[in-house]
Design a protein around this ligand. Structure first.
Ligand code: SF4
Length: 271
């Protein structure tokens, strides 16, 4: 059975295909619904709070206003139907918000938001690579003292193990590629801010790192095209299986992937 070939990829989708092609098929080709995750939603809420903080004039980016921005973000998310799907009771909602507040406090220990010269927030960038469109959202784009571009990406999960660090930085270099392609300038620096632990991982993208990413993405894209044409999306069991919404339909767990679309409701558009 063949599948329609998607026409765009984001960094997380490239990671998803390389982590488990079958999971990629379920989520990105068949577009099967996945239940919302509390961790991902909390991450989005904190991203929104920081976006609101950077909408304020620099002098107003105080601790108290940062928590006011979180309050505004919480109010938005409590109205989101996806939040209701988490089915949190009152105590769990309070713990959820308290943890988001801790992440905002951690952020405030990592840098001084009044000193940041942001020029873009939640920037949606898209650039072609061959037939494929690469797209991504940059959390924050700013200028350093010398006028160079800095890409900052907030992370609310834990930092990667050291041997996976370069892979994660590869994701941010993806954004360096997008900056270069769309804005005509390669960033001077890309930064991952891990709000859970207070660690910041920085990288200076080079011509070679951007070229490497283009080649890697093209290779992943070619593999996606081959898998779509052959229908061969193999499962790749790992620790991620514990959080996989499609485990019941995975052959590695005794399931039949071809039953997933009928059971879960696919929104796949035929090619
Ligand atoms: S359960 Fe594991 S191997 Fe199966 S699709 Fe999900 S991530 Fe892939």
């Amino acid at each position: 059975m063949g599948f329609p070939v998607p026409n765009s990829l984001s960094p997380s989708r490239v990671d998803a295909f390389t982590s488990c092609p079958l999971q990629f098929r379920f989520a990105s080709i068949e577009k099967l619904p996945e239940p919302p995750g509390a961790a991902a939603m909390k991450g989005s809420m904190v991203h929104r709070a920081l976006e609101l903080l950077f909408c304020l004039p620099p002098v107003e980016r105080t601790t108290s206003n940062a928590h006011g921005c979180l309050d505004d973000a919480v109010a938005e998310y409590l109205l989101d139907p996806e939040f209701a799907l988490l089915e949190l009771d009152e105590a769990a909602v309070a713990a959820f918000i308290a943890d988001a507040s801790t992440l905002v406090d951690n952020y405030l220990t990592m840098e001084d938001p009044t000193a940041i010269r942001e020029i873009g927030l939640e920037l949606r960038l898209e650039a072609p690579v061959g037939d494929l469109s690469l797209r991504g959202i940059i959390d924050r784009l700013e200028l350093d003292a010398a006028g160079g571009l800095i890409v900052t990406d907030y992370k609310t999960g834990r930092p990667p193990m050291r041997d996976r660090e370069q892979g994660k930085l590869g994701g941010v270099n993806f954004y360096a590629f997008l900056c270069q392609a769309v804005l005509g300038r390669r960033p001077a620096k890309v930064r991952l801010m891990y709000l859970r632990t207070g660690e910041t991982i920085e990288s200076t993208p080079s011509e070679q790192s951007v070229t490497f990413l283009t080649k890697r993405t093209t290779a992943v894209w070619n593999a996606v095209e081959r898998a779509c044409s052959s229908g061969d999306f193999r499962p790749r069991p790992s620790g991620l299986c514990n959080h996989c919404a499609f485990q019941a339909f995975c052959p590695s767990f005794g399931g039949n992937p071809d039953l997933a679309a009928a059971a879960l409701g696919s929104t796949m558009v035929a090619a």
